[in-house]
Ligand binder design. Sequence first.
Ligand SMILES: Nc1ncnc2c1ncn2[C@@H]1O[C@H](COP(=O)(O)OP(=O)(O)O)[C@@H](O)[C@H]1O
Ligand SMILES: [Mg+2]
Length: 261
Amino acid sequence: MPRSETAVFPRREREEDRRKESDQRKLLDEFFDHATLLAVSRLVSQGQFDSLDFPISTGKEGGVFRATRGAEFRAVKVYRIGNTVFRHLPPYAVEELRRETSARNWGGLIFAWTRREHTILGRLTDAGVRCPRPYGHFRNVLVMEFVGTPEGAAPRLKDAAIDDPAGLYEELVREIGRMIREAHLVHADLSPYNTLYFEGKVVLIDVAQAVPTDHPDARRLIDRDIANFARFLGRAGYEVEPSAFLAAVGGDRVGPPPKEG
Ligand SMILES: Nc1ncnc2c1ncn2[C@@H]1O[C@H](COP(=O)(O)OP(=O)(O)O)[C@@H](O)[C@H]1O
Ligand SMILES: [Mg+2]
């Protein structure tokens, strides 16, 4: 390599290093305030994972990180303390959570939200729904099964290549149907963003806002979930009537029980 270039490269690399370092610091500052670091170290000392490796996704409401535990990977979701998580929820839902948990501030609500996601993932796993198995939680940090390979996390359905849309429909009917009939839950934020595509099958994620099938809003929410996916399937080349899709998953029967009298 000519001399002039060897002189250039090290400086470029140094700049690149500095940029990486400052990106990492920003990420650290954003997600890992003192309390969150303590929560992470608590989970490490519980044996939940040995190290956080890198962010898989960072957003306004939190971040998801790959973690390593011995020879296996785990996924760690860190919720930001604050009200951003609750902004897209209807106010009554936040009020319900507040009453359920007697949380006195946003921090308390976030911890309850994290616990709820853990509980719901557990119910779904028990019902045989394809979702990440939950391993533990502490304060605003949730540990779950990592969906992916050593090469990286599984793509979202939105970013995946779909070569068998009819098969995908069958898959979705099976998983959403199990969620409704076996776990008695409506996801309520189902979309190709909250569905991973792994080994040719769907994996449902991001479940904290799920509601029981007898919730007053359950029917409206399942209608919306189904409409989202019917549109997506249509674009992928598989036309399905939302009403038929709904009936196939048992969604036409959700909602509060009829009043007696
Ligand atoms: N268990 C997991 N394994 C692999 N990737 C995951 C896992 N959970 C979440 N992800 C990735 O992180 C992203 C954000 O996770 P999600 O639970 O949807 O959080 P939010 O939408 O609230 O930020 C997902 O789109 C997915 O790419
Ligand atoms: Mg999501």
